[in-house]
Design a binder for this molecule. Sequence first.
Ligand code: HEM
Length: 218
Amino acid sequence: MSHTLAPPDGKVRLTVIHPAIVRVTHWLNAAAIVMMAMSGWKIYDASPLFGFMFPNWMTLGGWLGGAIAWHLAAMWLLVANGTIYVVYGLASRHFARDFLPISPRGVVRTLREALTFRLQHRLGTYNAVQRLLYVAVLLCGVAAVASGLSLWKPIQLQALASLLGGYEVSRRVHFLAMGGIVAFTAIHLLLVILVPSTLVAMITGRARVETTEAEMRS
Ligand code: HEM
């Protein structure tokens, strides 16, 4: 995750913790997700699946046709940009290095530390809960795109639609995946508010990171 910029003469180094490709794709994906969720809620309102509707102020597109146009436009942005992020994450081993391993014990320990206000956030290193959330949101994104494609082209992509259990099940999978992404975003924003220095680093890419003696020797 990090590339040192300054020669180490102390224990704190100015380090690139988020390469440009991660920052650019992160912010474009965030914008695409907001557009997709808000236009998706307008589309949902035209034929509500459950016993509620989304208020107009939470939606994008103005009417069903407009919302579908926004949804598909943002979909291309999300799919193209998301593919770049995922290919980079796999090929550079960023996912393997920074999102794994995730152990149940690590998650419990991090939650316990957070709830007792003892959690230390080390910029440039994701804790077990962050890792779990990032992997979960990536899987929700894959489920949202796959079920969305099955709803968009149910005839051409019959194999995908039947793999997901048909059109009606795909609608529910799509809604559930959206719920997961929205819940992730709410927790993610709360964590960013609690540790605002992470936001500066996600914009500039750089942070002053404390290094251990062992890291300084390596
Ligand atoms: C719109 C407001 C958002 C803000 C202010 C924000 C902010 C941030 C920040 C500050 C980090 C770095 C955390 C750290 O260093 O500890 C981060 C990482 C991340 N965010 Fe967001 N985020 C937003 C939306 C989203 C959305 C909508 C998603 C996906 C649904 C998302 C997915 C991620 C992922 C996967 C990472 C890890 C990036 C990596 O290292 O590859 N974010 N975000």
